[in-house]
Design a protein around this ligand. Structure first.
Ligand SMILES: [Zn+2]
Ligand SMILES: [Zn+2]
Length: 303
């Protein structure tokens, strides 16, 4: 009897050890929705790669707003490491005057037609930022578009840069307050995005060889648009988004599964100080990454 205790202890330790190995071998850690300083994220592409490596991630997708400028530097930074970098983009679009965000995975970042389309989308962002700054300045909130653009460091300008400039000037206590009181949807200085049709955006992603995925439908509240987007060639739904509840995740996984679409997911990480799950912290099944890689592989082998 006395000897059976250490023996069972040995088997228990062995079982735990095997489980740990299985966890390392079988479970992938990845994040398929990330922003950098090329749009409104706070980490440079190289810093993002370092953060992903220190978080132990196996794969990331770089998905900046209306630009792929961070993809090549992120690929360079990750070269020779365990980290796989998936080229991506997050395109802003509208459908019936409602905001729709489309993620494009495995887009050809050197396709000149695609890059020209991205430039048009970025020009629309600039026009919108200027309109917001003009109306804020006209209401007595002294600021200039140059201050806003300085915060972009040459990347895609967005409302969060306007919000940061408002905070720097003391017109708002925080970025969140700037959105809540001034430039959020329905607030006095909100300027709607000039509309690029979501259907058009889907065809832009397709033409660039990419897979289009509806980003965070639970945040943009666009469930009713999903059937039309599927008809127009949508390839997947971002079921596992950082701001989705578990009910959202389950609902969108089911919709995607029934329609034969991919399910993707990610934190939508911008900065570690923003609320919500951090880099790589949205849990999702390994099949999410596996299926995306498989779909990308079968697309390139068809072409
Ligand atoms: Zn988005
Ligand atoms: Zn995003």
């Amino acid at each position: 009897m006395a000897r059976s205790v250490p023996r069972s202890g040995f088997w228990l330790s062995l079982a735990i050890c095997i489980a740990d190995i299985a966890k390392v071998v079988l479970l992938m850690r990845f994040d398929l929705h990330l922003h950098t300083t090329a749009s409104d994220g706070h980490l440079s592409p190289a810093e993002l790669v370092i953060a992903a490596l220190s978080a132990g991630l196996d794969a990331i997708a770089v998905t900046d707003h209306d630009t792929v400028a961070a993809v090549a530097p992120a690929l360079d930074s990750a070269a020779g490491s365990q980290l796989r970098v998936i080229p991506g983009v997050e395109l802003s679009a509208t459908y019936d005057s409602r905001d729709v965000h489309i993620l494009g995975y495995f887009v050809d970042c050197e396709d000149s037609t695609f890059l020209a389309r991205l430039e048009v989308l970025r020009a629309a962002r600039l026009t919108r930022a200027i309109a917001m700054v003009d109306s804020l300045a006209a209401a007595g909130m002294d600021m200039s578009i140059d201050e806003v653009l300085e915060l972009t460091a040459g990347g895609s300008v967005g409302r969060s840069h306007v919000a940061r400039a408002l905070v720097d000037r003391g017109h708002a206590k925080s970025v969140a307050e700037a959105f809540e009181l001034l430039i959020g949807r329905g607030r006095p200085f909100y300027v709607p995005k000039p509309g690029t049709s979501a259907l058009d955006v889907l065809s832009v992603v397709r033409a660039a060889g990419g897979i289009s995925v509806l980003a965070h439908p639970g945040v943009t509240k666009v469930d009713d648009l999903i059937p039309a987007l599927i008809d127009a060639g949508l390839g997947g739904i971002e079921a596992f988004h950082g701001e989705h509840s578990s009910a959202d995740r389950e609902r969108y996984s089911k919709i995607a599964h029934e329609a034969g679409l991919l399910c993707t997911g990610g934190s939508d990480f911008h900065t570690s100080s923003s609320p919500g799950p951090g880099l790589g912290q949205v849990e999702m099944p390994d099949s999410v990454l596996r299926d995306l890689l498989h779909a990308a592989g079968s697309r390139s082998s068809r072409s």
